[in-house]
Design a protein around this ligand. Sequence first.
Ligand code: NAP
Length: 477
Amino acid sequence: MDYPSSFLSKAFLAGSWIETPRTFPVRSPATGAVLAEVADCGPGQARTAIEAAAQIFPEWRSTTPYLRSDLLRKWHDSILAHAETLARTMAQEMGKPLVEARREVLYAAAFVDWYAEEAKRIYGETVPSRDPRKRILVRSVPVGPVYGITPWNFPAAMVTRKVAPALAAGCPFVLKPAEESPLTALLLAKLWEESGGWPAVFQVLPGSDPAALSGPFLDDPRIRKLTFTGSTPVGKRLYERSAPTLKRISLELGGGAPFLVFAEADLEKAAAGALVAKFRNGGQSCVAANAFYLQKEIAGAFTRLFAEKVASLRLGDPLDETTQVGPLVNAQGLAKVQELAADARSRGAKTILGGPCRDLFFSPTLLAEVPSDARILEEEIFGPLAPLCLFETEEEALAAARRGRAGLAAYLWTQDLGRALRFAEEIPYGIVGLNDGLPSTHQAPFGGFRESGIGREGGKWGLAEYLEPQYLSFGWE
Ligand code: NAP
């Protein structure tokens, strides 16, 4: 690693950097090289972290919002000052191209900036009482210590999107980062500490056995909230496990976004939007376009424009400045993409672009004439593989968009304003990109309908996830 980095082999527990008896390796998906041996936390460390979070909570919640804002502001500045180190760390540990990793650092920092401001705007309310001798006051209070679990695909932004609003609200946060990308999380914690942040309010516990490490957090009634970003099956399990202690819960789960192009769309812009929606982060994004549905009369023209752009994508070393698509994160990710492509081909899909794989590198691939029973239309692909299907009528397009159980993002390309609004109102998605291939910003509510989750991150909605109203009924006799 290119950072003075002894702390990268440790956990940030109860305000100190500690070693654990066991470690686990973090490997570069591009080369297979071991980047670091990282502390492998288990239930013992989890219990220590819970104790520390519970102890610091009364003090942290009693700080002024101005203090919390100031600490978040300093963290934000430190993240930007170390942007290149963070970007290179991400590129190395999970294979995101460096040019994209730099953009992710800015995105991650934007959450910290936003919640540094929002901390000062945690307002209460008064409600007119029907009883003249009573007053109704409503305060916003922090929910309490939080346990957060993040995935590897956005190693910095998924962390700050949770930690910054929690800290702004007055909640201590214990993070379990993904096994593939703990280094970025540890670096973020180091920057929090170095910029003057209170150490015990943000703890990072890497681990290789997520169920064992999470158990004590899920069981302990002092942990008042679970926030999770990851796959839908794991999210469901954690939801169930949080029931006995009735934790507040935020789940940001799997996507599988439909991308629809209508005949009247600006095809050049739609193809450019499709490239971003599908191939950003090598397709490993929860809002990644999964399947493309093209209205029959423009399918040929759109496919030509899209294929031209996809063919020009450069697959390669994530640290190379010119790389646009890196390796898949691990062998399971690659196997899933290969399986889905093989299944579609076996049912009659035609490969119109794509090359051989090398190690974890999967060539950007387009499949046409994908039949409606192909698994690829039901399952989240999470890789640089784009299936193309046709539709004729708006009803068929609607049926395609409503398919499945996910409800995170959908994309719609049309210049017919009536159709755009009608369609957006009819489809069950938390995020709709109308002529926009990248509907993702720190200011807006990010999250899904149906089985894509519960709750929202970003904007004022992201802060509300860490607050609850306390109603004071004030009688004066
Ligand atoms: P995953 O397997 O669910 O893992 C996500 C996190 O959960 C990792 O930290 C993982 O730890 C942990 N985990 C796994 N099993 C667990 C268990 N039994 N108990 C507690 N924690 C457990 O998901 P992934 O494959 O890494 O991430 C990709 C998924 O995340 C996709 O479905 C994607 O759509 C979704 N995602 C959603 C959003 C959103 O905002 N909606 C954003 C990004 C990604 P280990 O790393 O140790 O396995």
